[in-house]
Design a protein around this ligand. Sequence first.
Ligand SMILES: Nc1ncnc2c1ncn2[C@@H]1O[C@H](COP(=O)(O)OP(=O)(O)O)[C@@H](O)[C@H]1O
Ligand SMILES: N[C@@H](CCC(=O)OP(=O)(O)O)C(=O)O
Length: 359
Amino acid sequence: MKLGYKKIVVKVGSNVITQANGLPDESRIQHLVDQLAEIKKQGMEVILVSSGAVASGRSLIKVSEKQDAVTTRQLLAAIGQVKLINTYSNFFEPHQIKCAQVLVTKEDFRDRAHYLNMKNCMHILLQNEVIPVVNENDVVSVTELMFTDNDELAGLIASMLNADALIILSNVNGIYNGDPKIEGSAVIEEITGSVNNLASFIQTGKSSFGRGGMVTKSTMAQKVAKLGITVHIANGTTDNVLISLLNKDLIHTRFVPEKIKSGKKKWIAHSETSATGIVKLNDGAKNVLTSGKATSLLPVGIIEIQSDFLKGDIIKIIDESNHLIGLGIAEYGSDKAKERIGQKKQKALVHYDYFYSAI
Ligand SMILES: Nc1ncnc2c1ncn2[C@@H]1O[C@H](COP(=O)(O)OP(=O)(O)O)[C@@H](O)[C@H]1O
Ligand SMILES: N[C@@H](CCC(=O)OP(=O)(O)O)C(=O)O
């Protein structure tokens, strides 16, 4: 295959594997499995992030209209995930490939011990030639505990496993420069760096069974590409989509990766929600820190500690206008940091190796 990746994460959206009538599209699932098996046989490590539990559940049980949305989703996902994983398992079997169910929550990425347990488990599955099939644990992840959607989850998995590429399969050919339904809109084939006006192209509506929509897909894709992982958004309903994409024979959107960041930086990049402290910098410090050079955050550039933290905590670093500059791990607590505000020749609050620039 022309794209010489060694490890890829493939995310399949609900729409790709659900028919218009809401029932699972088994022939589509089988076709995707056949392609994944082919890719694996070529020597690539494959991790699948698949949505579709709720949609599968809908085909198995009729839910009372009186039931609220949260419990309905729990019920459908709990029943549907069994069917979803069985369908994958049955389709992988003729290829002599085993798949494994990995259900995760946001909490598993926040807690470093959980994170490392999950990472070790994934490694052992891959070492044993098993394809992990990952989904959110929708039974316990409700309301604010949920991922924005499985695109966010796929981005986290790709970062955690240092994948070469993340392939997001949706029901459109990629990100269009206008409404995909309107004639004249075309697929943006390559996106480099942070494109400020990207969101303006995207309609806020989502496809019928999806959760996050294209806006969250593009935000996540830019963040993941910044960590050094190529992100592709392509149409999962196109025949042979994965094989064509990997052979550079498909029109779709590709996010060009930046320089590869370390595993620790990748974890920090996705840890904004678990940050405790908030540290405000002056413009001079902001410029140095975001210049791309290896520089640590020194107390001389700090103008305010807005929220307390302990040594080892993730802290948010903001500029004078309160915009996020980056995230880092504190080398000491906020008590010491407060004493050192604006002072020269003090130990760095965040070492360069543990700083992730969000700009
Ligand atoms: N500029 C755009 N380019 C591509 N798709 C867009 C754009 N604006 C809005 N969309 C919508 O985003 C949808 C895909 O997102 P989503 O519903 O989250 O899918 P999935 O279930 O695959 O995660 C498309 O079906 C499309 O209608
Ligand atoms: N975990 C849910 C999927 C939620 C989700 O993000 O869906 P999608 O936007 O189609 O990728 C399920 O399996 O039904």
